[in-house]
Ligand binder design. Structure first.
Ligand SMILES: *Cc1c(COP(=O)(O)O)cnc(C)c1O
Length: 368
């Protein structure tokens, strides 16, 4: 890997391939894989990741919003794309770009049917989402008759899949709850298929569900975080490889005396003679202020350097008193040797949040 000369996010496609194949090895050969590439493919680069996965013959993509799906179509992605949380204002665009909506309540179902028929569609593929306990989005179990009655009155749309989302698939203390969700989804699916007279595809699990609940793989699984290298547990993280490495350099080194302060509001005071390094990455790049005050750390020449004082918009300062280093040396914020879930833990958050937070200002470098 090349040494950084500025702040960069390296995207390792070999790691992505490894993770894809590892997750696939957990599935039966006929189980389909949907790759979740919302939020710029979890902060990496959605176009690059989706093209690569399309070449690996992934079955489906999912994004959260219509504009994310439009960007993928603009980039030449032809694989089906499920839009998990579309808004009615974008339904015409969604249809124009062959994106497939998740319909999760009566309002969006009726709005979508109206627009699909206005646009002269027949059997436009839609996905019906059921709430089985997350209480976020989704129809309820007793909405089946209502949905089917609406569908029987239109030829504009056709249900391609039924799905639900697990609330705590990574937490084995919640096994009982998860098993109830699985049972409840299977029962809704059976009821729905019987009432409508055909069998849509079924999908339920996210990454941790793939790992912990093989009985819930059904026709397709949806994986996001696993593709990017995290399995929500120490044990699973070992089998996966982080795709993104966030690197920077030392811009300047300062030597300060006891009692001197560092950064805005003088929130760090040196307790003796110390060396500090200034690094060109700040909260505008995604390193939030909660990583300051010696909570977060970076790696310089293999050693941990704590972030001192307040995180600035474009910079952080770290303590390098104990590290042999020079201006221009490489700095690792997270990557393979010190991964994003460890970095995130220092600020009481999770891998998902830190990797999706890396802003578009940070240059992406693709390693093939
Ligand atoms: C984001 C998302 C996923 C992906 O979850 P991971 O834990 O990242 O695998 C799957 N399904 C839905 C509905 C989501 O919103």
């Amino acid at each position: 890997m090349p040494k950084a000369k500025e702040t960069v996010l390296e995207i390792d496609l070999k790691a992505l391939k490894h993770n894809f194949e590892y997750l696939k090895s957990k599935l039966k050969s006929n189980t389909k894989i949907l790759a979740v590439v919302k939020a710029f493919a979890y902060g990496s680069d959605a176009n690059v990741i989706a093209k690569y996965l399309q070449d690996l013959e992934v079955d489906y993509f999912a994004v959260a919003y219509v504009n994310e799906g439009v960007a993928l179509r603009d980039a030449g992605i032809t694989t089906p794309i499920l839009v998990l949380h579309p808004q009615a204002v974008n339904f015409k665009t969604l249809i124009a770009r062959c994106l497939e909506p998740s319909l999760y309540n009566a309002k969006v179902l009726n709005e979508f049917i109206a627009i699909a028929s206005e646009e002269h569609q027949t059997n436009y593929p839609v996905h019906i989402k059921f709430n089985t306990g997350l209480n976020r989005l989704g129809f309820w179990e007793n909405d089946v008759d209502y949905i089917v009655s609406k569908l029987e009155n239109t030829s504009s749309i056709k249900v391609k899949s039924l799905f639900s989302h697990l609330a705590a698939s990574e937490d084995l203390n919640e096994k009982e709850f998860t098993e109830t969700q699985i049972k409840s989804f299977k029962s809704i699916a059976k009821d729905f298929s019987k009432t409508i007279g055909y069998q849509p595809m079924l999908h339920l699990t996210n990454t941790s569900g793939i790992i912990n609940y093989p009985e819930a793989h059904l026709d397709m699984v949806r994986t996001g975080i696993g593709l990017y290298g995290f399995g929500n547990s120490e044990k699973e993280n070992k089998h996966l490889k982080p795709v993104a490495t966030l690197k920077s350099i030392i811009s300047q080194i300062h030597k300060i005396e006891k009692g001197e302060s560092v950064g805005y509001n003088r929130s760090y005071i040196s307790s003796g003679f110390e060396k500090t390094a200034t690094i060109p990455i700040g909260h505008a790049d995604g390193i939030g202020r909660h990583y300051g005050h010696e909570k977060g750390f970076v790696i310089i020449n293999g050693k941990k350097a704590p972030i001192i004082g307040n995180v600035c918009m474009d910079m952080i300062m770290v303590n390098i008193s104990h590290i042999e280093c020079q201006e221009g040396d490489e700095v690792i914020i997270f990557g393979k040797q010190s991964d994003a879930s460890k970095f995130a833990q220092t600020a009481n958050t999770i891998s998902y949040e830190i990797i999706t937070a890396i802003s578009q200002r940070v240059k992406r470098i693709i390693l093939k």
